[in-house]
Write a protein that binds this ligand. Structure first.
Ligand SMILES: Nc1ncnc2c1ncn2[C@@H]1O[C@H](COP(=O)(O)OP(=O)(O)OC[C@H]2O[C@@H]([n+]3cccc(C(=O)O)c3)[C@H](O)[C@@H]2O)[C@@H](O)[C@H]1O
Ligand SMILES: Nc1ncnc2c1ncn2[C@@H]1O[C@H](COP(=O)(O)OP(=O)(O)OP(=O)(O)O)[C@@H](O)[C@H]1O
Ligand SMILES: NC(=O)CC[C@H](N)C(=O)O
Length: 630
C-alpha cells in the first residue's frame, strides 16, 4: 500500500440532554471547523445528538425519531468530509447505541456498541441492546435502508472501524478482531465520566491499543456537566503506533474543543518501542477544574443567578466558596471576561462596558461578588475563630458576606417544645435534639436569600459525613446541589492547603488551622467531628474497604488490625460505629441534593452505590467481629 495521509480530528462537545438547539449548534460548529481545516474524518462523542444522559427517555420511541430527524439534518452539513456522530437507533423493540458514519452528505452505515457500560454509574443495559461481534444487519427508517453492525469502513484506501467507549475497556475489545481484517484506524466516540486520575487509564487504553494493534486511534469524549451530576473532561486523543500525536487541555469551558492531526498510513510505518506515559496526575488541580466546570455548567444550564452558601468558616463550606471563586477564575481565563459574561447570560449588555474598564483581577472579584453570597449564622456555641475564618475568606475572594445570629430562633423553638412536653430540654438528656435544632434553624433564612437571588443553595456535605449520617436532615443537608459530596474529608482538608499554597487563596489560612467541628454543643465541650466519630483517615479506610473493595466487616477488621492503627478493641468500636451509622443513615443519602461525581466511586444511591434503606444493619457480622479477639 502506498502512503496515504489523512487529517483526523476529534471534537469534545458540551451537550445537554434534549437541548437540540445547543447540541446541533455545537455539532455544526465542530463540522465547520473541521471543513475549514481540511479534515478527512471528524469524530464526535457518544450519543451527542440527544446527549448521553437522557436516562429512561431512551426508552421512548419518539426520542429516537426526533434524534434521527436531527441526524438527517446533520448529514447535509457534511460537505466533502466524513463525520461520525453518536446516536441511538430503534430496530423493532431493541435500541442500539451507535456511531453513524456520514460521508460527503451520505449515510454509509451505523456501528452499534458491543459492550454496554453497566458498572458504577452506568446503566446502559436498561436502555440498549448489545450488538453481537462480527454481525451486520439492515434496518429501514423513513423509507430508507441502512447498514448496521460490526462494520468496517474505508477512507482513501484506509480501513477503519469503531470501539464505542466501553467497548475499549473490555479484554476482548473489538480492536482485537479488527486488526486481522486490515483495519488501520480505530475511532472511539465516548461518554466517559470524570473521576480522579481516570485520564491516565484512558491514555493507556488508547496509546497502548495503537501500539498493540499497530493502528491510529482517535478518541473523543463529551465535555462539561452534561446533565447535573456527571462531569465529562472533554478528552481528545489522537495516537498512532504507540505514540501520542495530540491530547487537548481537559475540562475547558469551551462548547466545542476540536483537535486534529495529519496521520500517515503506509505498510511499513514505525511502531514505538517504548510508550511515553503521562506524568503522575495532580488530583488537586484536576478536582478543582472539574468542580469549577461542574458548577459553571450547572448554573447556566439551570438558568440560576449564582450561588448562596451558609459559610461557617469550616473546611466544607470554605471549599464550596473557593470552588465558586475558581469557577470564575478559570472561566475568565478560558473565555475572557466578556466571553464569561456572555456565556452565563446573566448580565445586561451595558455591564460589558463596565467590566471592560476593570483589570482581570478586579473583574474576577466583581464577578464573584455578583455570583456568590455567603452568610455566617452564629450561635452562642460558635467561636470567634470560625467567624474570622468565614469573614476573611469571603472578603478575600470578593463574595457578598452577611452575618447574623440564630440564638433567638433556636430559643423560640426550644421553648415551644419545652412548653408542649412540660419539661426543660437539657444537654444531658437532649443532646442530639439540641444540636439539630441549631443546624435546622440555619436552613430557612439561607433559603430565603437563595430565593431572593434566584440562585442555587450550595449544600456542603462531604462523603465522609454522608457515610455515617453526620449531618442534620433539613438542616445542614439543605441545598440545591452538593458539589463536594463525592469527596472525603481528609482529601478536602489537604485540598484546602493546596488551594492556599498553589492557587493563592490566602483567605484559607484561617480554616487551614482549625480542627473540624460542628460547633453545636456548648463551647466548653470542645466538640470535634473526630471525637464524635473516629479519625477521618480510619473512617475513609473502612468506607473504601467496605463499599469499594466490597470486603466483609471481619475482613475490614483484619486489615485494620494488621495495619497497626490501633488496638483490637478500639478498632472493633470504630467498625461497629461505622456499620451501624452507615445502615441507619441510608435514608439520608437518598435525600442529599444532587452531588457531583468526582472520585472513582461515590455513595450516591441514585447513581453509584445502592443499599437498602431498611436492613439488618450488619448485626450478626458485627457480632462476629466482636468475637474475633476472644
Ligand atoms: N430509616 C429511616 N428512614 C427515615 N427516617 C429515619 C430513619 N431512621 C431515622 N430516621 C429519622 O431520622 C431522624 C434523625 O435524623 P436527624 O434529625 O438528621 O439527626 P441524627 O442523625 O439523629 O443526628 C445528627 C447527627 O449529625 C451531627 N451533625 C449535625 C449537624 C451538623 C454536623 C456538623 O458536622 O456540622 C453534625 C450531630 O452531631 C448528630 O450526631 C429521626 O428523628 C427519625 O425521624
Ligand atoms: N456558624 C455557621 N454559620 C453558617 N453556616 C454554618 C455555621 N455552622 C455550620 N454551618 C453550616 O453547616 C454546615 C455543616 O457544618 P460542618 O461542620 O459539617 O462543615 P464545615 O463547618 O464547613 O466544616 P468543618 O466540619 O471542617 O468544621 C457548614 O458547612 C455550613 O454550611
Ligand atoms: N459510556 C461508556 O461506555 C462509559 C464506560 C467506560 N468504562 C468509562 O467510564 O469511560
Amino acid at each position: 500500500m502506498k502512503e496515504t495521509r489523512l487529517t483526523l480530528a476529534g471534537a469534545a462537545l458540551n451537550q445537554t440532554p434534549l437541548d437540540w438547539e445547543n447540541n446541533l449548534q455545537n455539532i455544526k460548529e465542530a463540522i465547520n471547523e473541521a471543513i475549514v481545516n481540511n479534515v478527512d474524518i471528524l469524530l464526535l462523542p457518544e450519543l451527542c445528538i440527544t446527549g448521553y444522559g437522557c436516562e429512561d427517555l431512551f426508552l421512548s420511541p419518539w426520542l429516537g425519531e426526533e434524534a434521527f430527524k436531527r441526524l438527517l439534518q446533520i448529514k447535509e452539513w457534511c460537505d466533502g468530509i466524513t463525520v461520525c456522530v453518536g446516536v441511538h437507533i430503534w430496530i423493532g423493540k431493541e435500541v442500539y447505541n451507535t456511531a453513524c458514519v456520514i460521508r460527503n452528505k451520505e449515510i454509509v452505515g451505523f456501528t452499534a456498541k458491543q459492550f454496554l457500560a453497566k458498572d458504577g454509574l452506568h446503566y446502559e443495559p436498561r436502555w440498549f441492546t448489545e450488538w453481537p461481534a462480527n454481525q451486520v444487519g439492515e434496518f429501514e427508517m423513513l423509507g430508507q435502508k441502512y447498514q448496521i453492525g460490526d462494520l468496517i469502513y474505508e477512507e482513501q484506501g484506509v480501513k477503519y472501524a469503531f470501539e464505542i467507549c466501553e467497548d475499549a475497556w473490555r479484554p476482548n475489545r473489538p480492536a482485537e478482531r479488527h486488526m486481522a481484517k486490515g483495519v488501520q484506524l480505530i475511532l472511539n466516540p465516548s461518554a466517559s465520566h470524570f473521576a480522579l486520575s481516570k485520564t491516565d487509564v484512558r491514555y493507556r487504553l488508547v496509546v497502548e491499543a495503537s501500539k498493540k494493534y499497530q493502528c491510529a486511534y482517535v478518541y473523543a469524549n463529551l465535555l462539561g456537566n452534561e446533565a447535573g451530576k456527571v462531569i465529562y473532561d472533554g478528552e481528545v486523543l489522537i495516537a498512532q503506533n504507540g505514540k501520542l500525536l495530540k491530547r487537548n487541555e481537559l475540562l475547558s469551558f469551551k462548547n466545542v474543543d476540536l483537535e486534529l492531526a495529519e496521520v500517515s498510513f503506509s505498510e511499513n510505518s514505525e511502531v514505538a518501542t517504548e510508550i511515553e506515559y503521562l506524568p503522575p496526575i495532580d488530583e488537586n488541580r484536576e478536582v478543582m477544574a472539574a468542580l469549577s466546570l461542574g458548577l459553571f455548567d450547572y448554573m447556566r444550564k439551570s438558568h440560576s443567578r449564582g450561588f448562596v452558601l451558609s459559610l461557617s468558616g469550616g473546611a466544607d463550606s470554605s471549599l464550596c466558596a473557593v470552588a465558586v471563586a475558581e469557577m470564575v477564575r478559570r472561566g475568565v481565563e478560558g473565555l475572557g471576561v466578556l466571553g464569561f459574561l456572555a456565556k452565563t447570560q446573566l448580565f445586561p449588555l451595558k455591564d460589558a462596558a463596565y467590566f471592560d474598564t476593570l483589570s482581570k483581577a478586579q473583574a474576577i472579584k466583581e464577578l464573584v461578588n455578583r455570583l456568590l453570597t455567603c452568610a455566617y449564622q452564629g450561635t452562642e456555641n460558635s467561636s470567634d475563630d470560625t467567624f474570622t475564618s468565614a469573614k476573611e475568606l469571603a472578603h478575600s475572594i470578593g463574595a457578598v458576606f452577611y452575618s447574623w445570629t440564630i440564638d433567638e430562633q433556636v430559643k423560640g423553638y426550644t421553648s415551644i417544645i419545652e412548653g408542649a412536653i412540660e419539661r426543660p430540654l437539657t444537654w444531658a438528656e437532649d443532646d442530639v435534639t439540641l444540636q439539630n435544632i441549631q443546624a435546622r434553624v440555619r436552613a430557612p433564612s439561607i433559603w430565603m436569600l437563595t430565593n431572593i437571588k434566584g440562585a442555587l443553595l450550595l449544600a456542603t456535605s462531604n462523603r465522609s459525613e454522608a457515610a455515617v449520617g453526620y449531618a442534620t436532615m433539613d438542616g445542614d443537608t439543605a441545598g440545591s446541589i452538593s458539589p463536594i459530596a463525592g469527596i472525603d474529608k481528609s482529601f478536602i482538608r489537604q485540598l484546602l492547603v493546596w488551594c492556599q499554597t498553589e492557587l493563592g487563596y490566602e483567605g484559607l489560612q484561617y480554616v487551614n488551622n482549625l480542627q473540624p467541628s460542628a460547633e453545636l454543643r456548648p463551647a466548653k465541650e470542645s466538640q470535634t467531628d473526630e471525637k464524635d466519630l473516629m479519625p477521618y483517615d480510619v473512617l475513609n479506610q473502612i468506607e473504601r474497604m467496605a463499599f469499594y473493595d466490597r470486603l466483609a466487616p471481619h475482613e475490614v477488621y483484619e486489615k485494620l488490625l494488621a495495619s497497626g492503627v490501633a488496638d483490637a478493641e478500639t478498632i472493633q468500636g470504630w467498625i461497629t460505629k461505622f456499620y451501624s451509622l452507615w445502615s441507619r443513615n441510608q435514608w439520608k443519602r437518598e435525600r442529599y441534593a444532587p452531588a457531583f461525581h468526582l472520585d472513582d466511586y461515590s455513595l450516591d444511591p441514585r447513581s453509584w452505590l445502592r443499599f437498602p434503606i431498611l436492613s439488618g444493619g450488619f448485626r450478626s457480622e458485627l457480632n462476629q467481629v466482636k468475637g474475633l479477639d476472644q
